[in-house]
Design a protein around this ligand. Structure first.
Ligand code: ADP
Length: 478
């Protein structure tokens, strides 16, 4: 064990941290990566808003530390500080009723709410006397941390040795706002913006290192197809960009110990127990179709990125086959309505559950035979990795992290942990589904693919070491 003083001091800041607040993969990563880093003997704190929606059971465990004031330009704002320690990670929750007191994770006040969060980080660190080696910011909500360090707090002796890492989890959400409003919130000079006000752009420019969440996405975002208008900038800063594949938390996503599912299982007894999960879920959701036909799961944000248009294009054909399909998703209203339409039309073999429900998600992973994820783009994607842990075979489009984690089954070599297709079109997608269903009926082959899936290790062990290496390069510490 290294001496305590030699431990790298890392601050992670994000708008989502599982299990406190999560809308997607960002929350998963912030739940798992800090724990993995702490295990490797780093000194980690995580800072996030104290949203009203955080479950009471967690709020009950937080300790009130005190309060600070944060100047969001002329607004002198109260910021309560709450602390909670778990798995050697210390979590700080920033409390301000005005900003975080409504029921939503995101709302139309986001510019001001997250400006407050970014500014509060520096004030908090000084208040708790945590002098970080690394500030690690995630996605647009914390994109201005590196710029604030450069232009405001970097002159402060306290942050003299602090370096910044900025991770892009999804380039589509950049935090672009009216510049007049942004300059009203943040104490940054005009030159800091490099044109329009865009939180993510500033993260890319000012961070000492940028990472994104898969090696393939790292290459894709340099192109106009995936670069969301920032491709030129990402090419300029390519020298400081790394692609590190996310992992999943194998304590949370592990069918052997998962209390959220009805029948636990592992790679040796999955056949019987997955079937029991499936029968129970089909009963619970009153699907009257035969139970032995393949169950296809879909768990997703209902957003264009996720290939929902492609799924809708194949729905009628898919539901006319001998399959059961369960979709759990929430998001854009027009998608929700389209799935409701199909549920009314195919009540015996399709359910659309239009909400965010963590427990139901676990049950669907545990019960499904196949899983659809035909994303337009996918920075990393965790759902497909979770599937592999639960012996559920993903059908994915070859993009971003899907390409880095799913190898389409090759029936000649018996290699592969799922099924994939390259071009974003309905015929290739449907063909791949038929292919998967064909193997479902050749039990021996299907078992081989499932056992390949169980053999995959997408836990944080390997990826966490890559982050540690990157931090070390930045701070040149042993
Ligand atoms: P993204 O971050 O783009 O939404 P990921 O695949 O990286 O996609 O992560 C999605 C995470 O959110 C997974 O853990 C998935 O199970 C979960 N998830 C998505 N939609 C829902 C939902 N409606 N209910 C419960 N969990 C969901």
């Amino acid at each position: 064990m290294k001496r305590r003083s030699n431990r790298t001091k890392i601050v992670m800041v994000a708008s989502e941290v599982e299990p406190y607040a999560k809308s997607g993969g960002l929350g998963d990563v912030l739940g798992a990566l800090p724990k993995a880093l702490a295990k490797e003997n780093n000194n980690i704190i995580v800072i996030m808003p104290k949203y009203k929606m955080i479950a009471q059971q967690f709020k009950d465990k937080m300790h009130y530390v005190g309060y600070i004031y944060v100047d969001v330009n002329w607004r002198h704002q109260y910021c309560g500080v709450f602390r909670f320690q778990k798995n050697y990670v210390t979590y700080y929750f920033l409390d301000n009723e005005f900003y975080f007191g409504d029921d939503k994770l995101y709302n139309n006040m986001d510019l001001e709410r997250f400006s407050f969060l970014n500014l509060a980080v520096f004030e908090l660190l000084k208040y708790i006397r945590f002098r970080p080696d690394i500030i690690h910011a995630h996605d647009w909500q914390t994109g201005v941390l590196p710029a604030l360090l450069k232009y405001k707090y970097g002159n402060d002796e306290f942050f003299k040795n602090t370096k910044t890492v900025y991770t892009i989890h999804n380039l589509q959400y950049q935090g672009k706002f009216d510049k007049g409003h942004v300059t009203d919130m943040l104490p940054l000079p005009n030159e800091a913006y490099h044109g329009d006000a865009n939180f993510m752009k500033m993260g890319i420019i000012y961070a000492d290192k940028i990472t994104t969440v898969s090696p393939t996405y790292k290459e894709e975002i340099k192109t106009s197809e995936y670069g969301e208008g920032l491709e030129y900038m990402l090419r300029d800063y390519y020298y400081k960009l790394e692609g590190i594949l996310n992992g999943i938390d194998d304590k949370i996503y592990n069918p052997e110990i998962d209390d959220l599912i009805d029948f636990k299982f592992n790679k040796t007894n999955y056949k019987e127990n997955k079937k029991q999960n499936k029968d129970k879920l089909l009963n619970d959701l009153s699907l009257s179709n035969k139970k032995e036909v393949p169950l296809i799961g879909i768990i997703t944000r209902l957003a264009g990125q996720k290939g929902i248009d492609l799924i809708l294009q194949i729905m009628a054909e898919l539901l006319s086959l001998e399959v059961n399909v369960i979709l759990l998703g929430s998001g854009e209203k027009h998608y929700e309505e389209a799935f409701k339409y199909y549920e009314e039309k195919y009540p015996h073999n399709f359910r659309a559950i239009l909400k965010f429900d963590n427990q139901l998600a676990h049950k669907i992973y545990a019960s499904s035979d196949l899983f659809l994820m035909p994303s337009v783009f996918e920075p990393c994607g965790l759902a497909q990795m979770i599937c592999l842990k639960y012996g559920t075979l993903p059908i994915v489009r070859e993009t971003g992290g899907l390409k880095d984690s799913i190898l389409s089954f090759n029936e000649y070599t018996n290699e592969g942990n799922g099924f994939s297709f390259a071009n974003y079109n309905r015929d290739d997608f449907m063909y791949t589904i038929y292919r998967a269903l064909g193997f479902y009926n050749q039990k021996e082959k299907f078992d081989i693919i499932i056992s390949n899936a169980f053999e995959c290790d997408f836990s944080w062990n390997a990826s966490c070491k890559k982050y540690i290496q990157l931090y070390k390069e930045l701070i040149k510490k042993e």
